[in-house]
Design a protein around this ligand. Structure first.
Ligand SMILES: N[C@@H](CCC(=O)N[C@@H](CS)C(=O)NCC(=O)O)C(=O)O
Length: 224
């Protein structure tokens, strides 16, 4: 999982802008580039986030909490010496990269996997990897599933725009098993699809599923 930065003006900028996160935000203006200039001019960092407890979710007072919320505040301390000089914007996995590209926020802090398409074709600047994860599947315990291959013929919810959507298709193709994907964008709807039985399982980054499991009405009825 990494931090993705908005594309700059070309490949040389790409390397330098990667350093905005890796070094630029933490050192001099040498590597800062236009993104940091804009942040300084505005007086706050705009950060794109998702909604998964543990990573990023608003508490009962509406204050963002979690690993990536803390990371955003750490960036604000680094640039402004003030953890509050950060604005969080919620964006779905499908919308977050286009939103970053459109300049709706400066930095995306989320479980965004570095892929060749995202880094080279779409031109996003990935900062340092801050979290390592794998993909998991969340299912109801009473299905008796102990491994992914047991889900032959199952209906599986995938979140649109994620690498998980592609990986699960690869897995079933390779293992010669069948599944029916149900593509869902909205995070609440994604969880709901599992609870209402619209899908037999959902797949996402494993850590994300740990967070989502806590949001289920009966978390103990489910297993990753
Ligand atoms: N690693 C995958 C999935 C990314 C992803 O959706 N990560 C989770 C965990 S950090 C997330 O952002 N969830 C927030 C949400 O569902 O709103 C990708 O890069 O496409």
């Amino acid at each position: 999982m990494t931090i993705a930065m908005r594309p700059g003006a070309g490949w040389r900028t790409a390397l330098a802008t990667t350093l905005v996160v890796a070094a630029g935000l933490f050192s001099t203006a040498t590597y800062a580039g236009p993104t940091l200039d804009k942040i300084k001019e505005r007086g706050s960092i705009k950060v794109g986030v998702g909604t998964t407890p543990g990573f990023f979710s608003p508490d009962s007072n509406g204050r963002w909490q979690g690993f990536f919320a803390d990371y955003g505040r750490a960036l604000a301390i680094t640039v402004f010496g003030d953890p509050e000089k950060v604005e969080f914007t919620n964006s779905s996995p499908q919308q977050r990269l286009p939103a970053l590209q459109a300049g709706e926020f400066d930095v995306l802090l989320s479980g965004v996997t570095v892929t060749i398409t995202r880094a080279f074709q779409l031109g996003f600047h990935f900062g340092p990897t801050v979290f390592y994860d794998g993909q998991g599947i969340l299912v109801r315990k009473d299905l008796g599933v102990t491994k992914a291959a047991d889900l032959d013929g199952a209906t599986i919810g995938v979140q649109s725009g994620t690498t998980g959507e592609l990986n699960i298709a690869d897995f079933f193709r390779k293992t010669g098993k069948k599944f029916t994907p149900v593509t869902i964008e909205d995070t609440g709807e994604f969880i709901n699809a599992l609870e209402t039985g619209r899908v037999d399982a959902i797949t996402q980054d494993s850590s994300d599923l740990v967070g989502k499991r806590t949001q289920l009405k009966k978390p103990d009825d489910y297993i990753i």
